[in-house]
Ligand binder design. Structure first.
Ligand SMILES: [Zn+2]
Length: 228
């Protein structure tokens, strides 16, 4: 039976799908048709993938329509409840893998960018994920340089992005622990790899990276075209 709270939440959610004009259903504010278009990783989410500098890497969907609209909604329209939906999907698909983590660390945003945006969208995913996994959330990383936004830039531009340097200001939290680092999207993986290496250097036993969406690997795409 639906709770009064459930109905109250419904009233607050956009009634239209984030990716098309059809009525939305509750999960991720997508309509059933758009929800069916979400593309899981080859082999399923639990199969994970490789990411340099990390011990394990998991994502839920390829970063292409309609999930891009969900991520943009979280990032730019401040639809924070989407973070809870993403966390619920992550626990459903990857509960066993993610529960290996002893603490959750959100990918930090440079303080200046956070000031402009008002909040860190990686934390909007990491906080409900920590609550649903029953693990503590620790914002132990600081970003030293601003970097440039990655979406909309070419692969060459992204790789040329000046080093984003991280600093772990509370190493005692991560020492000897399995850490789950959470971000919204992985593009080249360079930033997540650097953050993971920083956590390892601070003493983390293992770093698992989770993002809801990963941009399809351009190298894999071009080889598919050549082979196909
Ligand atoms: Zn739709």
């Amino acid at each position: 039976m639906r709770s009064v709270f459930g109905f109250a939440v419904d009233l607050l959610l956009p009634r239209v799908c984030l990716a098309c004009p059809a009525p939305a259903r509750r999960e991720l504010s997508l309509c059933p048709d758009c929800h069916r278009l979400l593309e899981p990783p080859p082999g399923g989410a639990a199969a994970g993938g490789r990411l340099e500098g990390c011990d394990a890497f998991f994502w839920l969907w390829a970063y292409r329509p309609p999930i891009d609209q969900v991520i943009l909604g979280l990032k730019h329209r401040r639809l924070d409840y989407l973070g809870r939906h993403i966390a619920a999907e992550a626990v459903a698909a990857l509960g066993m893998e993610l529960r290996r983590a002893e603490l959750i660390v959100p990918m930090p945003m440079h303080w200046r960018r956070r000031l402009v945006r008002g909040r860190n969208h990686a934390e909007s995913i990491a906080r409900p994920l920590a609550a649903q996994l029953g693990r503590p959330l620790r914002s132990v990383l600081r970003r030293r340089t601003l970097g440039h936004p990655q979406v909309g830039r070419s692969r060459r531009q992204r790789l040329a992005n000046p080093d984003v340097l991280f600093h772990c200001h509370r190493p005692e939290h991560v020492h000897d622990r399995v850490v789950l680092l959470v971000d919204d999207v992985v593009t080249t993986g360079a930033t997540a790899g650097r953050a993971a290496r920083c956590l390892r250097a601070a003493g983390a036993a293992e770093v698992i990276v989770f993002v809801p969406a990963r941009t399809p690997d351009p190298a894999a795409d071009s080889s598919a075209i050549v082979n196909g």
